[in-house]
Design a protein around this ligand. Structure first.
Ligand code: SF4
Ligand code: SF4
Length: 420
């Protein structure tokens, strides 16, 4: 890797602590990813993005900032990427998937909240994430109580704009969400000095739709038996989707899908692995814990009903409309179709899970929740009931980012796979 220390130092990264992170990540990656057999050649691009994760992309952000551009950080799939693109800013979905950051997070937050929240806070407090350090503004949302209150603390370190996400899906909630998107547009215009126009918004809707379409294409390929790509590799692609340049990402992903098309045509040997769906909370980079445990056994993950899975790309924004009002309405409609457990009721998520179980021909479902995420934990019983009614085996795993429970999880998953 080129020497990026000067750049990191300029961004205010704590170099010594960051060195510790850099010492852990490549080993974790090699052990998890490079030991897989018969990986598609198209994964080379995504490997290189990861190898350069704190390097070349950070350099691109720096270049953008030198030219007067802004960088905006997000943590939830409800924040519309289209608006960020339309003001010529770069959006980065910030990773919060490592135990490394939890300790610093616990210095300013209670211990008994979700590890994702502690990790993002720790990354900022400890100054160990060059993406976070590059952000001119963070866009928060009122999705869960932990995040809602964490923004108040985060504001001490970086400017934060919070979008109020409705928690129901009535007509008046749609209207409120449209208003929030308008406020967000105003905030982004103020930050960047660029106006959102019908043309710029339509263009950014198209770019984002193409990215979603490519991800959907990748997921559709996994419907083949056996899937031509591991769940681990798809998880990595989905995680990279959150911070890579969207047009380059789409191009590279479509190249990977072309290769997978060929694999499917040439018929891959079916080793009879159990086809598993993961449902639940997001798995931010570099959280590969459950995927690597599950796929080390006789199983292949073929779909993730998560925010680092289907919830990120399902449903496109309608590109038709003559006015800003029309396009903003289209954006609001698409985002309100996301079935996050922060909504009440959230029966749409159960319908999605049952639909995917059929479409992806799954043998079993693993409902995976981050510890202390109450909304998803409460929904587990409804998920379990609906799946049992369809005779689809299901198990729940509640875990955090530490590896302490990995052995125990492996034993439980092994027993589950034997049972199905
Ligand atoms: S689970 Fe809900 S709150 Fe979390 S990223 Fe997804 S949509 Fe946002
Ligand atoms: S996983 Fe749950 S608790 Fe954690 S940030 Fe997302 S919604 Fe909140």
């Amino acid at each position: 890797m080129a020497d990026y220390r000067k750049l990191w130092s300029k961004l205010g990264v704590d170099l010594e602590k960051h060195d510790q992170l850099c010492a852990v990540l490549p080993k974790l990656y090699e052990g998890t990813y490079l030991t897989q057999e018969d990986r598609p050649a198209g994964m080379n691009y995504f490997n290189s993005v990861l190898a350069e994760i704190h390097g070349s992309r950070i350099e691109e952000l720096d270049e953008h900032k030198k030219n007067g551009g802004k960088v905006v950080g997000t943590f939830c799939v409800f924040v519309p990427d289209e608006v960020i693109l339309a003001v010529k800013a770069i959006g980065v979905g910030l990773c919060a998937g490592s135990q490394f950051w939890v300790e610093d997070g616990e210095k300013v937050l209670p211990r008994n909240i979700c590890p994702l929240i502690k990790a993002f806070m720790g990354a900022k407090v400890g100054g160990t994430c060059p993406y976070f350090q590059s952000c001119d503004m963070i866009i928060g949302e009122t999705t869960c109580d932990g995040k809602k209150k964490a923004w108040e603390v985060l504001k001490n370190y970086v400017p934060v704009h919070v979008m109020e996400l409705p928690q129901m899906k009535r007509d008046k909630d749609y209207d409120q969400w449209i208003d929030e998107i308008k406020d967000f547009i105003g905030k982004m215009e103020e930050l960047t000095g660029n106006k959102v126009t019908v043309d710029s918004l339509r263009k950014s809707i198209k770019i984002t739709n193409l990215k979603r379409r490519a991800l959907k294409r990748l997921y559709d390929l996994r419907k083949h038996k056996p899937s031509p790509i591991s769940g681990l590799d798809v998880l990595l692609v989905s995680q990279i989707a959150f911070f890579d340049d969207p047009e380059r990402f789409t191009e590279k992903l479509n190249e990977l899908c072309d290769e997978l098309d060929e694999r499917v045509k040439n018929e891959i040997k079916d080793e009879g692995k159990k086809r598993i769906m993961i449902t639940g909370t997001p798995m931010a980079l570099p959280n590969w814990k459950l995927h690597s445990i599950i796929e080390s056994l006789n199983a292949q993950i073929v779909v993730e009903e998560t925010c680092t899975g289907t919830r990120y790309f399902e449903n496109e924004v309608d590109e038709n409309g003559d006015t800003l009002e029309d396009l903003i309405g289209n954006i609001a409609d698409r985002y309100m179709k996301i079935n996050c457990a922060c909504f009440t009721p959230n029966t749409g998520r159960i319908d999605d899970i049952i639909k995917y179980a059929g479409e992806y021909n799954v043998d079993g479902v693993i409902d995976a929740n981050l510890s202390f995420c109450h909304t998803y934990a409460v929904e587990h019983r409804a998920v379990e009931k609906a799946l049992k009614e369809q005779n689809i085996p299901v198990m729940q795993i509640e875990t955090d980012y530490s590896t302490e429970d990995s052995g125990q999880i492996k034993t439980r998953v092994e027993a589950f796979l034997e049972m199905i």
